[in-house]
Design a protein around this ligand. Structure first.
Ligand SMILES: [Zn+2]
Ligand SMILES: [Zn+2]
Length: 311
């Protein structure tokens, strides 16, 4: 069961040589999610073998161009490549008229079903999507226009029943679902076998948070405690903290402080201002506060193993 993030685009504003505008891909056990889609991102997807069959759901954080200018092109290409499976797009309500206008003026018709789910940036945490494996929630961010973050987490799994216990207590098949849900087992003799002797804990649920674009937002903290991966934007070094605040962004130090306060397991920083050719100072600034920080990089994969992280 995968839980694997690929950072595809790490540039704030527009794409620059070597860095695409915003975009990430999260592969879970059942579902492939694309998160934001800056200009040209379809090339990054192709470079990493992520065709239309890899993506079931698109999450859009907000309507600034560096997060959505790649979307009409990507959706159009999927039509040309004969996509025939449904697509769910989750984002602000203005996304639909934006895409309708582009497709209307360019006489483009989607040959596959597109289902929209609209988010409300004024509500702190809302479940916007679920399937048999994962849940997706919106989270509150603080930017210049309505913007949401996303929490993607696995659903709780049933307890794992021990094969040896089934044999030893001769448990009939029909009793197994109840035991997996935590019930004790009453044997034919009347003896009650406690659940703890029959099962062990399921693997911990894995979780990922996407927080971009945003100022450091204390309202986010209660919802991101202990997540496996926090992607938090770090557009600037802290020497430009005033500029970050004015433009609704964060510094590397602020991203790291959020990670430290939330006690997340790993921080990934990205959405780098094009002014920074060398990203090492941003990494060093963040790591001085939260050591387990990594730089997002085009095509870099961050995986949370089944059974949880060991760090
Ligand atoms: Zn942006
Ligand atoms: Zn923005």
């Amino acid at each position: 069961m995968d839980f694997k993030l690929t950072t595809l685009g790490t540039s704030a504003a527009g794409p620059i040589p070597g860095r695409w505008a915003s975009g990430q891909y999260l592969k879970t056990g059942t579902t492939g999610l694309l998160i934001d889609c800056g200009e040209g991102l379809q090339i990054a997807l192709q470079q990493h073998g992520l065709g239309w069959s890899s993506i079931d759901v698109i999450l859009i954080s907000h309507l600034h161009g560096d997060h959505i200018y790649g979307l009409p092109g990507l959706l159009t290409s999927w039509g040309l490549y004969q996509r025939n499976t449904p697509l769910t797009i989750i984002g602000p309500a203005d996304l639909a008229p934006y895409l309708d206008a582009v497709f209307g003026y360019s006489h483009t018709r989607m040959p596959y079903p597109v289902h929209y789910i609209f988010v409300d940036a004024n509500v702190d945490r809302t479940l916007v999507y679920e399937d048999e494996c994962i849940e997706v929630y919106t989270l509150p961010l603080s930017h210049r226009i309505p913007t949401v973050g996303y929490l993607v987490q696995e659903k709780e799994r049933p307890r794992t029943i021990l094969g040896t216990a089934i044999k030893e207590y001769q448990i009939p098949y029909k009793e197994i679902p109840a035991i997996k849900s935590g019930a004790d087992y009453q044997a034919a003799s009347g003896e009650v076998i406690p659940n703890a002797l029959l099962t062990h804990d399921p693997p911990p649920i894995r979780s990922f948070v996407y927080a971009s674009d945003t100022r450091p937002n204390p309202d986010l903290l209660p919802y991101i405690k202990g997540v496996d991966i926090l992607f938090h934007e770090a557009t600037f070094l802290h020497e430009l903290a005033d500029q970050a605040d004015l433009s609704g962004h964060s510094t590397a130090r602020q991203a790291a402080e959020m990670a430290r306060q939330a006690q997340v397991k790993q921080l990934i920083i990205g959405h780098f201002s094009p002014r920074y050719g060398d990203l090492r100072p941003l990494l060093a600034e963040a790591q001085s506060i939260f050591p387990n920080t990594a730089l997002a990089k085009e095509g870099k994969v961050f995986e949370v193993p089944y059974g949880g992280r060991t760090i």
